[in-house]
Ligand binder design. Structure first.
Ligand SMILES: [Zn+2]
Ligand SMILES: [Zn+2]
Length: 177
């Protein structure tokens, strides 16, 4: 199930990969994000000395929790990535002062294989927006009783109740009497 690219097995230090993950293979991605559809990832791997370069593309649909009402919002995810890996031992031996800003973005791997599962998870999380609303004017949920204020009203706060609505209710009750 786990997809890893063995660096030693790369012919001529190069290779390509393509894989489709079913949602339950990667879910849950974190507390607010899960896959809503299979995720297909394709890319190339190139080795240069001890370094490994991975370029690719990922496409899927994700469920992201609305920030206010916590309902899942389905969003398309389509992202390109360019990653650079160095073996952990090499990374530790290079002094912090010698690390350029570019090198700071380098990822560490065990020197043997690149974990594509990790790449897929990371890229999906990076691609989804930090703030998500099911709709611009989402009313959220009541902090007191937890009711979804988009679909119903509660009486937790007097100010929340529209006086016209209350009056109408009174009229209705009279009509049915
Ligand atoms: Zn919402
Ligand atoms: Zn309430």
């Amino acid at each position: 199930m786990e997809m890893r690219i063995e660096i030693e097995k790369l012919e001529g230090g190069k290779g390509c990969f393509a894989h489709t993950y079913q949602p339950d293979e990667l879910n849950p991605l974190d507390e607010r994000v899960s896959l809503a559809a299979p995720a297909s990832v394709t890319g190339t791997v190139r080795r240069s000395g001890n370094e490994v370069f991975v370029n690719g593309h990922l496409e899927t649909r994700a469920h992201v929790e609305c920030d206010r009402c916590l309902k899942p919002v389905e969003l398309p995810v389509s992202t390109e990535f360019a990653l650079e890996y160095v073996p952990g031992a090499d990374y530790e031996s290079s002094s912090v002062a010698a690390l350029s800003e570019e090198q700071m973005s380098v990822s560490v791997f065990d020197g043997e294989a690149i974990d594509v599962d990790e790449i897929a998870k990371e890229q999906i999380l990076l691609a989804v927006p930090a703030r998500t609303l099911c709709r611009e004017d989402c009313k959220g949920i009541c902090a007191e009783c937890g009711i979804d204020l988009n679909t119903g009203q509660c009486n937790c706060s007097a100010e929340e109740v529209d006086p016209r609505w209350a009056a109408l209710k009174g009229l209705k009750n009279k009509d049915t009497e």
